[in-house]
Design a binder for this molecule. Structure first.
Ligand SMILES: Cc1ncc(COP(=O)(O)O)c(C=O)c1O
Length: 405
């Protein structure tokens, strides 16, 4: 890789180091067209009595080492359905990481329970089992580890703590399709697992989600909650538990069946490119890419994350760096802020339940605080192209460094 350049940066009027387009997303062809037409002409547009949703559920479950799966409207709903199925509700506490999308915690609030944040591990940016124990109280009912960026959280540690304290584990695998922990696909290693099929995700139908499990009792409750509380073998107007309408349509499942056929190859391509990119980025002073835990036998690389050290880049801030990289034609972003800092939680604190001072989590989550200031994200679509794209990414970063140092 030619990593030394004295060219003028695009952000100061030079030419961008990359002008070619990145791989198109979503990927689709006549297979999706045919599948949608088939649903259209069949008149079977919803899942009740349909064949597409059950076909996709069976295929997705089999691919994720799970016996049962229920499709739902999106990944946020999947979390809410999972929590309701596990009977988690008013006053219960659920331990979540602060480095995640809002849904991991807002779903807990949606069922009337209280999210409690436990800090993350500095390398994986996933919830740190060592910090879970100290967050447990007599009200704690569950842990929601997130497999952030597609890298599984430490499920050995988390499941051991859960077993010891009688807690449920809901894996938020929204970003982790096909990811593996110790050679087992994620999602059904805990009690329940949820995935998202929203537009940016590695498996996409615009909006969609699924809940998977190996536990028959939970599977029945998930099915019932997602179908307005109906028992599976009951009357149409029989509602035995509180649920909602979280049903996926046949359109979504038709697209997902077609997309699923591509997922394996795409995942391999991302993995191969991520290895190349890791190696190239590590050659640039001031950029660090964490080692992947060897128990992660497959990382889904929904995101490629690295840390930026401003002292190695002439003191320029992480946000200035991100602007410069974007100007070079390489999309990247700063990602999450610590979730407990969102205004949403100030309101919770001011509401009826004033027990939790969410601002206090800033002191309890120093690893998350630092990660949110230093981390830079690249996106899964950038890992879908040829290996030479990885050199373009690293080349842009190296160009910026040589202009600033
Ligand atoms: C970690 C995580 N959990 C939950 C969700 C929610 O999924 P959806 O957007 O399908 O509602 C997302 C989606 O961005 C996510 O990244």
């Amino acid at each position: 890789m030619a990593i030394v350049s004295t060219e003028k940066l695009a952000i100061t009027g030079g030419s961008p180091s990359r002008s070619k387009p990145w791989p198109q997303w979503p990927v689709w062809d006549e297979t999706e067209e045919r599948a949608l037409l088939e649903v259209l002409r069949s008149g079977q547009w919803w899942s009740v009595g349909g064949a597409k949703v059950p076909e996709f559920e069976a295929a997705f479950a089999a691919l994720h080492d799970a016996e049962y799966a229920t499709c739902v409207t999106n990944g946020t709903a999947a979390l809410e359905v999972a929590l309701r199925a596990l009977r988690i509700g008013h006053g219960d506490e659920v331990i979540v990481p602060p480095y995640t999308f809002v849904a991991t915690a807002s779903s807990v609030l949606a069922v009337g329970a209280i999210p409690i944040f436990a800090d993350i591990d500095a390398d994986s940016l996933n919830i740190d089992p060592a910090r879970i124990e100290e967050a447990i109280t007599p009200r704690t009912k569950a842990i929601i580890p997130v497999h952030i960026a597609g890298g599984p959280a430490d499920l050995d540690g988390i499941c051991a703590i859960a077993a010891q304290h009688g807690l449920k584990v809901i894996e938020d695998a929204a970003q982790a399709h096909l990811a593996e922990w110790n050679d087992t696909r994620v999602g059904a290693i805990g009690d329940l697992g949820t995935f998202s099929f929203q537009a940016s995700k590695n498996l996409n139908c615009g909006e969609g989600g699924i809940v998977i499990t190996n536990n028959e009792e939970w599977a029945e409750r998930v099915w019932s909650v997602h179908n307005v509380g109906r028992p599976r073998s009951g009357r149409w107007y029989e509602h035995s538990i509180l649920g909602g309408n979280f049903r996926m349509t046949e359109w979504q499942a038709a697209i997902l069946i077609a997309q699923l056929a591509r997922l394996g190859d795409q995942t391999e391509r991302r993995t191969a490119n991520a290895a190349v990119l890791t190696n190239l980025m590590r050659q640039i002073p001031g950029i660090s890419v964490a080692d992947v835990d060897p128990r992660i036998t497959r990382h889904a690389y929904h995101l490629f994350m690295f840390r930026y050290n401003p002292h190695e880049f002439g003191g320029k801030s992480r946000d200035e760096f991100i602007d410069a990289v974007n100007s070079e034609g390489v999309p990247c972003g700063s990602g999450y802020v610590p979730l407990y800092r969102e205004a949403l939680f100030e309101r919770i604190q001011a509401g009826d339940d004033s027990r939790i001072d969410y601002r206090s989590f800033a002191d309890r989550c120093p690893v998350c605080e630092a990660a949110c200031k230093e981390t830079v994200w690249l996106f899964q679509t950038q890992l879908l192209g040829p290996e030479s794209d990885m050199a373009d990414i690293a080349g842009a970063v190296a160009k910026i460094r040589s202009a600033w140092v």
